[in-house]
Design a protein around this ligand. Structure first.
Ligand SMILES: [Zn+2]
Ligand SMILES: [Zn+2]
Length: 140
């Protein structure tokens, strides 16, 4: 798909100059925004992230929970939230933290580059390590 029901809403920066990034699901029922810069950007190659995403790795970025707001109904399986209408995987909310899947952002490509890779023992052999990213056999 090249067109989405809802694309970026609002300015890329808040009045205080803080960066805002926007995202949502493919059907448009769930929208979210996150303010400021992430605490970490990474890629996880673990079996759970593979199964949950249907992809062979999960690129993500973490923010403090208070930086994050969302609208629309979500459901979650073991903390992994998704849109119950279209099934898009979106983010993981846990106490004090939100982990957002990079593919859920509107900007494609985005500006966030992974600085760490976890569970590289499960990385597909046809995927190269990300240049400059720290490499971890299991959890970083
Ligand atoms: Zn949806
Ligand atoms: Zn994982």
């Amino acid at each position: 798909m090249s067109e989405y029901p809802v694309l970026r809403q609002g300015p890329p920066r808040a009045a205080d100059g803080m960066r805002i990034r926007y995202g949502g699901c493919i059907c448009g029922a769930v929208r979210f925004e996150v303010r400021g810069e992430p605490t970490v950007v990474g890629v996880c190659h673990c079996l759970e992230c593979r199964k949950a995403t249907g992809g062979v790795a999960m690129p993500y970025a973490d923010w403090p929970a208070e930086a994050f707001t969302s609208t629309g109904e979500t459901r979650a399986f073991v903390g992994r939230s998704f849109c119950p209408t279209c099934g898009s995987r979106l983010f993981h909310l846990s106490p004090g933290k939100v982990k957002i899947m990079l593919g859920a952002f509107d900007d494609a490509p985005g500006d966030l580059r992974p600085a760490q890779e976890g569970w590289i023992i499960r990385r597909e052999h046809w995927l190269a390590p990300i240049g400059g990213a720290s490499q971890h056999e299991r959890d970083p």
